[in-house]
Design a protein around this ligand. Structure first.
Ligand code: HEM
Length: 412
């Protein structure tokens, strides 16, 4: 279908506001994304204040935008909610730095987030999972989304050696930074919420970094402080912004992968039964849960040169949002994409991104999710819905703020 200009018509897409966090909290982005993939794979939206961005929704375009850093830079910011505002940590924080400096910053950190350090974190993860699942030991109603919120602090906390007693406030501040419009976090306005969150987190890590500089240890904070790039050691400020980014990356996403996957299992009880029968399906459940939930919903890049994508050309200088959840339902890549299937093979989901910025915490998240479902299968005979789930109000994180469940404990 074409309109008078020769461009594909944006069937039923007039008035769609992908920028509005409430659309993601209340609407059905999947129905809209499906129409965009089909009719407007490159879609432009202008906000009332004149700022504009393009959206890509197909898997192949998502891979290009996230993967080709020479064409699409991360250095002008990677969050849609900060559209048009230069990133103050550009060139210093991993996620806002392009190769080759990004490669130099990232290489030493890869070691910490994989291999032996990860095995060392396993016990703390298992303890955290058991504590999250504690209400499942008795019949009754509880909020799985709220409890899952406790998980990532335990994991990132272990890797960064953060005091357990700081967990609650760090969790709240990272929630404010990731979803400043959500009623659980918003103070006055979204801008004010972001400013408070950034101030508190940067003050916290500035203090921590000052105390750790020159001390011995294997944690991610000390590793950052011991790192050298071609330009010399990292400054305290560089260490602080990367601590912030790691904690935000962990806290903002992992609980939503857990809660969203449990919701999918309640909607598809035969899939839970299948995994209970055959534990070798747990890794498949984890990957399908990641594809299905896609908790990191959007990432932003800016075109450095005119760039051709499906459906048209993005002019140099323009912002492009990649909708990860849409790419992960692209019928061009996934057979029957709206079927939740723990036996899915060739699951090339982009939940952890693609290319140089592929999630630093992917291995630790997979470990957390695997342990969560192993423990859940041991403890819970059945998860049942016990009220309406509430979606997070955010254009960055797709997730559940509340998921009331009833669980029947396993007696064997
Ligand atoms: C289910 C859980 C998670 C999901 C879905 C997720 C998703 C993502 C995605 C999509 C990116 C790419 C960003 C971009 O291209 O601009 C990313 C990057 C990143 N993630 Fe995660 N993440 C998760 C957990 C974690 C955890 C547990 C940590 C830390 C322990 C973490 C730390 C980071 C960092 C530091 C980056 C930036 C990497 C870079 O720029 O090189 N993430 N994550």
């Amino acid at each position: 279908m074409r309109d008078g200009s020769g461009r594909p018509a944006e069937a039923g897409l007039e008035g769609v506001d992908l920028f509005d966090p409430r659309f993601h909290g209340e609407g059905d982005p999947h129905a809209v994304w499906a129409r965009m993939r089909e009719h407007a794979p490159l879609h432009r939206q202008t906000l009332p204040d004149g700022r504009a961005f393009w959206s890509v929704t197909r898997h192949a375009d998502a891979c290009r935008v996230l993967g080709e850093h020479r064409t699409f830079t991360s250095e002008r910011g990677s969050l849609l909610m900060q559209l048009g505002t230069p990133d103050a940590a550009s060139g210093r924080m991993l996620v806002a730095t392009d190769p080759p400096r990004h490669t130099a910053l990232r290489r030493p950190l890869n070691r910490l987030f994989a291999g032996p350090a990860l095995h060392a974190a396993e016990d703390r993860v298992r303890r955290a999972v058991r504590s999250v699942l504690a209400p499942a030991a008795r019949e009754g109603r509880w909020d799985l989304a709220r409890r899952a919120g406790l998980l990532p602090m335990a994991v990132a906390g272990a890797l960064m050696d953060l005091p357990e007693e700081d967990g609650e406030r760090l969790l709240h501040w990272t929630g404010m930074a990731a979803a400043p419009e959500d009623p659980d976090f918003r103070v006055a306005s979204a801008g004010a919420t972001l400013a408070v969150a950034h101030h508190r987190l940067f003050a916290y890590f500035t203090d921590l970094v000052a105390r750790r500089r020159g001390t011995e240890g294997e944690d991610a904070v000390r590793l950052l402080l011991s790192m050298r790039t071609d330009e010399g050691p990292l400054s305290d400020e560089e260490a602080v912004v990367n601590c912030y980014s790691m904690l935000l990356g962990a806290n903002a996403t992992t609980p939503h992968a857990v809660a969203g996957t449990v919701l999918a299992l309640m909607e598809h009880p035969e899939q839970y039964a299948a995994v209970r029968e055959d534990r070798s399906l747990v890794p498949g459940l984890v990957e399908e849960g990641l594809r299905w939930t896609s908790p990191a919903s959007s990432f932003l890049r800016y075109a450095v040169v005119d760039a051709e994508l499906s459906g048209g050309v993005v002019p140099a200088g323009d912002a492009v949002a990649v909708w990860v959840g849409s790419a992960n339902r692209d019928e061009r890549v996934f057979a029957d994409p709206y079927r939740f299937d723990v036996r899915r093979t060739d699951n090339r989901h982009l939940a952890f991104g693609f290319g140089p910025h592929y999630c630093l915490g992917a291995a630790v998240s997979r470990l957390t999710l695997r342990i969560f479902f192993e423990e859940a299968l041991d403890a819970v005979e059945e998860f049942r819905p016990a009220g309406r789930p509430r979606h997070l109000v955010s254009n960055f994180v797709a997730g559940l703020a509340e998921l009331p469940v009833r669980t029947r404990p396993r007696r064997d």
